[in-house]
Design a protein around this ligand. Structure first.
Ligand SMILES: Cc1cc2nc3c(=O)[nH]c(=O)nc-3n(C[C@H](O)[C@H](O)[C@H](O)COP(=O)(O)OP(=O)(O)OC[C@H]3O[C@@H](n4cnc5c(N)ncnc54)[C@H](O)[C@@H]3O)c2cc1C
Length: 443
């Protein structure tokens, strides 16, 4: 049966990160007449492309230029600063749209699960990422007073955090970090950053392009303990059979042979260390590990490293969305090819669908799969009771929700770009929500 409604299919996409925008693109590019409203709880679009990707990765940040082209399509409307689940309930969404696609990402972080984690100097890496990227909900800028910092985890987020800590502020001065963040980075007293992996070097989740940047850091010595480079049999098998693992291990081996140059900052990559606890009375004073004997499954010898701050970069964790089913084991919404289980008309894409894995590009095929499911269901979807696009703005206005339109966002975008230009930078991000809204919606 062909699509038979006498009006375009009305779809809401909740979350203007890459998954949501790729889904919107696939929807309006389909053969069916579809109009899409894209929501975000923040005044700015682009999700983790704006608030996750490190500021010293402008090429990756520039993916937002491609995403922008999608949001400019006439069949789309952008509603920023609208929290779906609070400002608009799921029932509202069902009334306004034939289908609702959630692409809300994964907001939570994983705890370390050790004693001392509650000490003030121990924080989720996600908080630091949000801070340096100017997320409006991040804690305010503060001086970086620790000389020695541990980053627990062996993935790219740990590397981003470590790089942002050891990079001298002058080398970040051309990036888009908010002014207050740049000022705080200028007070950074760090000398040593320890990135700590529980397992051996063959199991590290770092990717080669990110690793290859490390030796390029100015006035930073990269230190790998040659004792950590002993490979047990399973590690050796991985090295022999997996090219990516081999590349990583070759890089670590090469770095383990380099003598330090006397740089003022050091980035240490440590392996085979299982975190035992975070020590300190009022604040962090050290981390303690059980050290594995490479080549043996046993952890034993306790090692202490004095640090004043700890960042936990061991992954992100999903949280339930109001009214939607949730699988606590995977931290995602249970679905079949993007269709939320037992909830006709509701769909998921991106990290909320498959968990916090993969790079930006992986969200495209994922979103396309979901949109294929949605379009295949189009003729049998329960039709919206209030499909008039004006019903959305009327509802938001009746609830006094200060929503941000696409043109409002463009005003903020232009402001950030021109402020950056006047400072010789790509952009200077505004991180205060009230200020953002004031620029978006001048009175
Ligand atoms: C720190 C970090 C660095 C990364 N760096 C890179 C990198 O360099 N290169 C790379 O390829 N990948 C990188 N990634 C991975 C990449 O960011 C993800 O693959 C991608 O962002 C996931 O897309 P998403 O749309 O599912 O989620 P998100 O990007 O998180 O977007 C979700 C959006 O939903 C919005 N939202 C949430 N709840 C609501 C609600 N209730 N109502 C309305 N809106 C809501 C959020 O505000 C957000 O804008 C990084 C990830 C992290 C965490």
């Amino acid at each position: 049966m062909a699509y038979q409604m006498d009006r375009p299919l009305r779809v809401a996409v909740v979350g203007a990160g890459p998954a949501g925008i790729y889904a919107a693109d696939a929807l309006v590019g389909s053969d069916l007449p579809v109009t899409v409203d894209v929501y975000d709880r923040l005044p700015a679009p682009y999700g983790l492309v704006r608030y996750g990707v490190a500021p010293d990765h402008p090429k990756i940040q520039s993916i937002s230029e491609k995403l922008r082209l999608v949001l400019e399509r006439p069949e789309l409307r952008f509603f920023g600063n609208v929290r779906v689940g609070e400002d608009l309930a799921l029932d509202d969404m069902r009334r306004l749209y034939d289908a609702v696609l959630f692409s809300t990402g994964i907001p939570g972080h994983r705890d370390l699960g050790v004693a001392g984690e509650e000490l003030p100097g121990c924080q989720p890496a996600a908080d630091f990422v949000s801070w340096y990227n100017g997320h409006p909900d991040a804690l305010p800028a503060r001086p970086l007073e620790s000389e020695r910092v541990a980053v627990i985890g062996a993935g790219n987020v740990a590397l981003d955090v470590a790089r942002m800590l050891v990079t001298h502020a002058d080398d970040l001065a051309s990036t888009d970090v908010p002014d207050a963040v740049l000022a705080a980075l200028r007070t950074n007293k760090v000398t040593d950053v320890y990135v700590v992996g529980r397992r051996g070097p063959a199991y590290a989740k770092f990717t080669a392009p990110e690793l290859r940047e490390l030796p390029e850091l100015v006035d930073v010595d990269l230190i790998v303990d040659p004792d950590d480079m002993v490979l047990d049999e399973p590690s050796q098998q991985l090295v022999d059979t997996n090219r990516k693992v081999r590349t990583n291990v070759n890089l670590f081996t090469e770095w383990s042979k380099r003598p330090p140059t006397g740089a003022s900052r050091r980035l240490h990559l440590l392996f085979w260390r299982k975190l035992k606890d975070v020590a300190g009375s009022d604040d962090v004073s050290a981390i303690r590990f059980e050290r594995a004997q490479p080549g043996s499954a046993h952890f034993g010898e306790i090692e202490t490293i004095e640090v004043q701050s700890v960042f936990a970069a061991i992954g992100y964790e999903g949280q339930p969305l109001p009214g939607l089913p949730f699988d606590p084991a995977s931290g995602t919404v249970p679905h079949t090819a993007g269709r939320v289980i037992d909830m006709p008309g509701l769909y998921v894409a991106g990290w909320v669908k498959r968990g916090p894995i993969g790079v930006i590009g992986n969200n495209k095929a994922d979103a396309v799969e979901t949109v294929r499911s949605l379009l295949a269901d189009a003729e049998s979807l329960p039709p919206a009771a209030s499909p008039d696009p004006a019903a959305v703005t009327a509802l938001l206005e009746s609830r006094h929700v200060p929503y941000v339109t696409w043109n409002d966002w463009l005003r903020l975008d232009a402001h950030e770009l021109s402020r950056g230009e006047s400072q010789g930078r790509t952009r200077s991000k505004i991180n205060d929500r009230t200020e953002m809204l004031g620029i978006c919606r001048p009175v």
